[in-house]
Design a protein around this ligand. Structure first.
Ligand code: SF4
Ligand code: SF4
Length: 474
């Protein structure tokens, strides 16, 4: 079936030309109310993103995602592998939150918060404008032969891009391995830490590739979140939208002519100046309707508002609006789907809060030594050997730690250590222990026992284990 003419734009993507080659996008430098607000938000987020790994709360890095050692800090809360369920719930909350926002407000996350957009539009693109000039100058430079001016401008730009990519890679590494370790490696000399230097070079190369060459294609073809728009958005979602009823009128858009009565001729307010297309960083024409490529950056809103102002027409031909709002003039209201997401989000946040409050600062595990049964000793004593592991999630050493058998009369003896020990801050204490219980106190071949962990005589954690005895004593 042949594609209708007004749908042809859906057959191709804006960054690839008819020959299948890269169509480089040279967006016009945006300006206006939304761009100014986005700059403020972006600089705040950039400061947050760059500073977070270097901020400490109670001795903990504010944000850390040490995937290799499976240690995560979120807002200064340390999460250990044992807390993985909490980490997973936090991630699910993040996904539901973004989904809810997308259903209600479209790709607002992409335009205002996504690090890719912030770095691309507010850092790399602005450097490009500074060195190469605005859209027309950039296009001219691209067509120009490789003379001294072009080599100087392109060389300087790419060199600065490389330096910034290297800095971003360092910050990224600080999130992964921790800022203390990163600073330590820098002080000791990167060459003595080749295992970290190589990933750093790879990260730098990836960031450089993304921001110097791949650019808007991350949003247009690579980002999975972008691909989800088709299922998340509906006609009630608020997106950056062209008011086609007002823009097209009865007889369509038309170039502006002074002293012409557009109303009488039945033409809409769009004067087909293409400024909204020229300013678009993903190279699309928003007048074709909502498209997956649109990152809701608002640049076309600002640009069209300038045009409307210059021809004395009301602003807002392109604005934040839903399809229903434009078609039927319906105001925004919560849909059943949004209410459902809000309910799920509230429940998940409730569960996470409860779990955070119930979370222990010390995690204890006592397990029977694999392959060992029990030993029958003198005086009808049954002995089992266990391994123990105590995880201290706090930032202070826990002193004078002892383990005691709570559920049965018997003895608990640590192997190769005195009866009390220290669990180091953010560290682990582990070893083996014997538990001896009189056979008469056992109720079968498998007995659940409870062990208490005490610090300075105060109970701080309990755990259970299986104690084996002879079958005949069931
Ligand atoms: S900027 Fe506004 S007036 Fe110009 S083409 Fe775009 S929608 Fe039409
Ligand atoms: S269509 Fe408008 S809001 Fe969407 S990406 Fe282009 S300029 Fe930004």
């Amino acid at each position: 079936m042949e594609t209708p003419e007004n749908e042809i734009f859906r057959d191709s993507i804006s960054t690839i030309n008819e020959e299948g080659k890269r169509a480089w996008v040279y967006p016009k430098k945006p300006s206006g109310k939304y761009y100014d607000k986005r700059k403020l938000v972006s600089y705040g987020l950039l400061a947050f993103l760059l500073a977070s790994p270097f901020i400490k709360i109670g001795g903990n890095q504010f944000l850390m995602f040490n995937v290799l050692e499976r240690r995560f800090n979120i807002f200064g809360f340390p999460f250990w592998p044992q807390d993985f369920h909490l980490f997973v719930i936090s991630m699910i909350i993040g996904v539901v939150f973004i989904t809810l926002f997308t259903v209600a407000f479209g790709r607002i996350f992409c335009g205002w918060i996504c690090p890719q957009t912030i770095f691309m539009e507010m850092v790399f693109r602005r450097i490009e404008y500074w060195i190469e000039g605005d859209r027309n100058k950039q296009r001219k430079l691209a067509r120009q032969k490789w003379d001294a001016e072009k080599i100087r401008k392109k060389g300087l730009k790419l060199f600065i891009f490389l330096i910034i990519s290297f800095l971003i890679a360092n910050v990224f590494l600080a999130y992964l391995i921790g800022s203390d370790r990163l600073l330590e490696y820098i002080a000791e000399g990167p060459l003595s830490h080749m295992g970290t230097l190589i990933p750093l070079v790879i990260f730098t190369a990836v960031f450089y590739f993304v921001f110097a060459w791949f650019r808007e294609q991350v949003c247009v073809i690579a980002c999975p979140y972008g691909r989800l728009q088709g299922v998340l958005l509906d006609t009630k979602s608020i997106v950056v939208a062209y008011d086609y009823k007002r823009g097209e009128g009865e007889n369509g858009r038309k170039k502006f002519r002074k002293d012409e009565d557009r109303d009488a001729l039945g033409h809409g307010d769009c004067i087909d100046c293409l400024q909204c297309v020229h300013v678009c960083p993903t190279g699309i024409d928003i007048r074709n309707g909502t498209q997956l490529e649109c990152v809701n950056c608002t640049a076309c809103i600002d640009e069209c508002d300038h045009i409307m102002e210059s021809i004395n027409l009301p602003k807002g031909l392109i604005r934040y609006a839903s399809e229903e709002n434009i078609k039927n003039n319906v105001k925004f209201k919560l849909t059943a789907r949004m209410k459902g997401y809000i309910a799920v989000l509230t429940i998940l946040i409730g569960i996470l809060t409860g779990m955070l409050f119930l979370r222990n600062e010390v995690e204890a595990n006592v397990l029977r030594l694999p392959g060992q049964l029990y030993e029958h000793k003198e005086d009808n004593i049954i002995s089992n050997v266990f391994t123990y592991k105590l995880v201290n999630k706090t930032t202070r050493d826990i002193q004078d730690v002892t383990l005691k058998l709570m559920s049965h009369k018997g003895t608990l003896k640590l192997v190769a250590t005195s009866n009390s020990f220290i669990v180091p801050k953010q560290g682990i204490a582990e070893g083996s222990l014997f538990i001896e219980i009189n056979n008469s106190a056992l109720t079968g071949d498998r007995n659940k026992i409870k062990i208490g962990v005490y610090a300075g005589g105060k109970l701080i954690e309990t755990c259970t284990a299986n104690f084996l005895g002879p079958r005949s004593y069931k």
